[in-house]
Design a protein around this ligand. Structure first.
Ligand SMILES: NC(=O)c1ccc[n+]([C@@H]2O[C@H](COP(=O)([O-])OP(=O)(O)OC[C@H]3O[C@@H](n4cnc5c(N)ncnc54)[C@H](O)[C@@H]3O)[C@@H](O)[C@H]2O)c1
Length: 477
């Protein structure tokens, strides 16, 4: 068991923060080559330590090896490769066109590292969601202090080892611990905070950031709906929904939280969903609990929370369609499908963040859209269907951080798409260029020629002629 917390008293935190000032000023001038060298050493470490990463995640919540490789290692190495390939062009000052009243000047956008940044990470994809934002911070030329989650102890300790091996604390430092450590860190005047976690803690982070007017990226959670349209290929939809929901044992911020299925398609959808549950997690009919490909709930607190949601829903009339079996001692909760959901059930109000999938029915698309719009804006919205008018209707009549058509969760792996939420599900975007921007100050630069000024004719004293020129500016530009 890793010793925890190990290095997190407040004077150590302050020392690291202060020592990063000098580095951040130095790194402000860093070249793409220098940043790429930092990124590559992280990439090389990951390549050399895949076994250790897999082991830590198995110890934390029995995450299957294939899921570690696909959802913890690949997104980070892909983020590194993408940044290495594009950093030169991301960093290059971009020229903007000159509007007529500004004729004679040139305008450019210069990307300046924000400086010293804080990264607060969750436990559910503990390697990916801690190291991923670090890649963007390093690409942007920032120093960083990182606090991984206290719930995924083994992975957090491994991340700490990695950073100690690769960086001086005056460049990147890790502090392990819980709320107390996070609170100490949040008192410092960082230049940016990148937080991934729950909306409730996101509000605490934003409040703390406001004391120093520190900018924030908040990658939060919520209830991501899936609308299965009448025009959907139900077999294709069932396969994709079942995998996306139950990968990582349902503990995914962008997992389908609830499903909206046309009333007359429910039975067929359920039949197909059950076939895929069997195929994926119990192909030899030994019971899902024996599957090496199905992870566990992170701890007994969350196991209890999920069981209480399920028990309450069943008491209030939900119908158990599949699963429901649990083993408290191993934090096992069988993939579970329930139908006949009513609005007063906690499972329909709170983010589930576990392997229970409530399935609701609707009669027409307006009804489904209305239901989605009655809840806080989700992190992702999924639409399954071949009717492009319906797909467009959902796109334009709902609001969500991202939308995916005919699949779920895969947008996380697309380096060129901004990833993130809106309002309750988040503020700001991550990944690739958008991650680089999150940690950069886009400094607009105007260059004027000596002896020339666009407003010479507009200087005081303001006579009739001046007023006429201003009036025509307003009229024509
Ligand atoms: N948008 C995304 O990319 C994304 C990704 C993963 C998880 N999430 C969301 O994260 C949540 C689950 O993760 P979690 O349980 O680790 O979230 P959490 O909000 O409980 O914790 C996240 C981090 O904040 C710290 N923290 C907890 N309480 C704090 C407090 N009072 N003050 C300061 N810091 C505090 C924790 O130590 C941890 O490092 C879900 O809501 C999920 O949807 C979002």
């Amino acid at each position: 068991m890793p010793h925890f917390p190990i290095n997190s008293n407040s004077s150590l935190i302050t020392n690291a923060f202060e020592s990063q000032l000098k580095t951040s000023l130095h790194w402000r001038k860093s070249t793409a080559e220098e940043r790429i060298a930092r990124l590559k050493k992280i990439g090389a470490w990951i390549k050399d330590h895949q076994k250790e990463i897999r082991k830590a995640l198995w110890q934390d919540f029995k995450k299957p090896e294939a899921e570690v490789d696909l959802s913890e290692i690949f997104p980070v190495t892909s983020e590194i490769n993408h940044a290495v390939k594009n950093l030169q062009s991301w960093m290059k000052a971009k020229s903007v066109s000159t509007p007529l009243p500004m004729i004679g000047t040139t305008g450019k956008i210069h990307y300046e590292p924000k400086g010293r940044v804080l990264i607060l990470a969750p436990w559910n994809f503990p390697f990916n969601l801690t190291v991923g934002p670090l890649i963007s911070a390093i690409a942007a030329g920032c120093t960083a202090i990182i606090k991984p989650s206290e719930m995924s102890l083994h992975t957090s300790a491994l991340i700490s080892d990695m950073i100690k091996e690769l960086f001086d604390p005056s460049e990147v430092a890790v502090f392990l611990g819980d709320v107390e450590v996070a609170s100490n860190l949040l008192e410092l005047p960082f230049d940016h905070i990148f937080f991934t976690g729950s909306p409730a803690v996101g509000k605490i982070v934003m409040k703390a950031a406001s004391a120093h007017l520190t900018s924030v990226t908040l990658e939060l959670g919520g209830k991501s709906p899936v609308i299965v349209d009448h025009s959907a290929d139900l077999d294709d939809a069932a396969a994709k929904i079942i995998w996306s929901k139950f990968v990582n044992c349902g503990q995914t911020c962008i997992a389908p939280d609830y499903l909206l299925v046309p009333e007359d398609k429910l039975e067929e959808f359920l039949m197909r969903a059950k076939v895929y549950l069997q195929k994926f997690y119990d192909p030899a009919f030994k019971g899902i609990e024996k599957s090496p490909d199905y992870a566990r709930i992170i701890n007994s607190k969350h196991h209890k929370r999920l069981n209480s949601y399920l028990t309450e829903a069943l008491e209030k009339g939900a119908k158990l369609e599949f699963g429901g079996n649990t083993n408290e001692s191993t934090c096992y909760l069988e993939p579970t499908l329930i139908s006949n959901i009513s609005e007063d059930m906690t499972i329909f109000q709170e983010e589930i963040f576990g392997p229970i999938l409530p399935i609701l029915t609707y009669r027409n698309l307006n009804e489904a859209i209305e239901l989605v719009n009655s809840k806080p804006k989700p992190l992702a919205l999924y639409f399954f269907g071949n009717n492009s008018t319906h797909s467009k209707k959902v796109l334009t009549e709902t609001s969500s951080g991202n939308m995916v058509v005919n699949d779920c969760v895969l947008h996380f792996l697309h380096n060129d798409l901004p990833f993130g939420g809106v309002n309750n599900s988040g503020i700001g975007k991550a990944h690739g260029y958008y991650g680089f921007l999150a940690f950069s100050n886009e400094k607009g630069i105007l260059k004027q020629r000596v002896g020339y000024n666009n407003v010479t004719l507009l200087r005081p004293p303001y006579g009739m002629k001046t007023k006429q020129i201003i009036a025509s500016l307003i009229k024509w530009f």
